[in-house]
Design a binder for this molecule. Structure first.
Ligand SMILES: [Zn+2]
Length: 49
């Protein structure tokens, strides 16, 4: 086990059905992360009906 320091490489962004911004990232070793961000205020692509 080495002292590997993960490097988060952004893989892309998407928006969940709840209107949250989801960011996917991964390290070269194969580790992955998913982070979600609350989008408060402006919802540019969220139809309300
Ligand atoms: Zn790593």
């Amino acid at each position: 086990m080495g002292a590997h320091v993960h490097v988060r490489l952004s893989k892309g962004l998407s928006v969940s059905e709840d209107g949250e911004l989801v960011e996917y990232s991964r390290c070269r070793c194969g580790a992955t992360w998913t982070r979600t961000y609350r989008v408060d205020g402006d919802e540019p692509d969220h139809p309300t009906s």
